[in-house]
Design a protein around this ligand. Structure first.
Ligand code: PLP
Length: 378
């Protein structure tokens, strides 16, 4: 049996969602068509929009713009001609990359540092802001460590220091794991990604506060309030709505199941193996995420060794696995490159049971012990 401990990379759709999707194929018209096939697809899209709005706590006038995922949503918000940006050091590359591109066109870019637990504190933010800052991006929860930022408080501080600035949060990882309310956070825009909470890959949304003007990334079509031209990804959007509803109905149970699993896993690993440290353990973390330093190991080699035993984990962010650079997230937390390279991320699903924990722990202990003894023999 494969044990998928890589839910933060892609949270594969549950069987229930797969069943609903099989039936949804019949509804695949072009939502812009006037005939019944088109109108059915349109109605499904609007239903999904309301399910997403409800899940993320957006208000009626806020826009829910469907995109191809968090990467597109973040690129879209960074498309505007910002002049002075402040983005946190541990943002996903799909925020850092477009922010650097804006900077290379002449804008000022300030990186907001994090503490050793990967959190942005209000003091870090205040230091990074200037009276010119017009765009601020701080992620709700980090994909590698699970560290959660207090976006409500950070947005309050940002708003009072820079009243005219656009405040954005990438909430791709927190949705489906903790409850979140766009309206209460006090931000102007928020990114979500379907495949992080059980929808298909390749669909997500940008939530935009009522009255905020943004420029489309894709022009040449009137879809999505003229903010995202092109025929909608109907199946993807339907899956997003179905997953949003499923998650909304079960969120507190999901969160407690995931945290029980994660805590049981960490306790067991820490008592079985020496030289283990949990990264970001001083922060409030996503309930399912464990980022672990394993002295004397290589994260990338561990991923391969565990895969051979049917256990799927990640070394750092999935999107950057296979790339030689060490995790920018752990480096921003002040860790040495050597330590960063000895790290893996384990992320649980809500439908897993505690029975998988002993097998995962024993596979990790075995693989790390073999690596340590191979190193000591050389
Ligand atoms: N933002 C965060 C925090 C993520 O974890 C990811 C994916 O790992 C992304 C953005 C990119 O998401 P997508 O695959 O939907 O483009």
């Amino acid at each position: 049996m494969i044990i998928d401990l890589d839910a933060n990379s892609t949270y594969l759709p549950s069987e229930e969602i797969q069943e609903v999707m099989k039936l949804a194929w019949r509804r695949l018209g072009n939502p812009s068509s006037l005939h019944r096939g088109g109108q059915r697809a349109r109605a499904e899209i609007e239903r999904a929009r309301e399910a997403v709005r409800y899940l993320v706590g957006a208000e009626k006038g806020d826009l829910v713009v469907f995109t191809s995922g968090a990467t597109e949503s973040n690129n879209m918000v960074l498309r505007a001609p910002w002049r002075s940006l402040a983005v946190s050091a541990t943002e996903h590359p799909c925020v850092l990359g477009p922010a650097r591109r804006v900077a290379s066109a002449g804008a000022e870019l300030r990186i907001i540092p994090v503490n050793e637990d990967g959190e942005v504190k209000t003091s870090h933010l205040e230091e990074a802001l200037s009276r010119h800052t017009d765009f601020i991006s701080i992620m709700a929860a980090n994909n590698e460590t699970g560290a959660i930022n207090d976006i409500h408080e950070l947005a309050r501080v940002a708003r009072s220091a820079c009243p005219g600035a656009h405040i954005h949060t990438d909430a791709a990882q927190i949705v489906g794991k903790e409850s979140i309310s766009f309206a209460a956070l006090g931000v102007d825009s928020m990114t979500i990604s379907g495949h992080k909470f059980g929808a298909l890959s390749g669909v997500g949304a940008l939530i935009i506060r009522e009255g905020i003007q943004l420029e489309p990334l894709l022009v040449g079509g009137v879809q999505e309030s003229k903010l995202r031209g092109g025929t909608e990804n109907v199946m993807g959007i339907i899956s997003l709505g179905v997953a949003a509803q499923a998650v909304r109905e079960t969120l507190s149970v999901r969160a407690s199941t995931m945290s029980e699993l994660r805590n049981c896993f960490e306790d067991s690993l820490l008592t079985t193996l020496a030289g283990v440290e949990i990264n970001a353990k001083g922060a409030q973390r996503l309930p399912n995420t464990s980022n672990i330093f394993l002295a004397g190991s290589r994260g990338d080699d561990l991923v391969i060794a565990l895969d051979r035993e049917g256990i799927l984990v990640s070394s750092g962010a999935a999107c950057s696995s296979g790339k030689p650079e060490p995790s920018h997230v752990l480096m921003a937390m002040g860790q040495s490159e050597e330590r960063v390279r000895s790290t893996i991320r384990v992320s649980f699903r809500a439908d897993q049971s505690k029975e998988i924990v002993p097998r995962a722990v024993s596979a990790i202990v075995g693989a790390v012990s073999r690596m340590r003894s191979a190193t000591s023999e050389n």
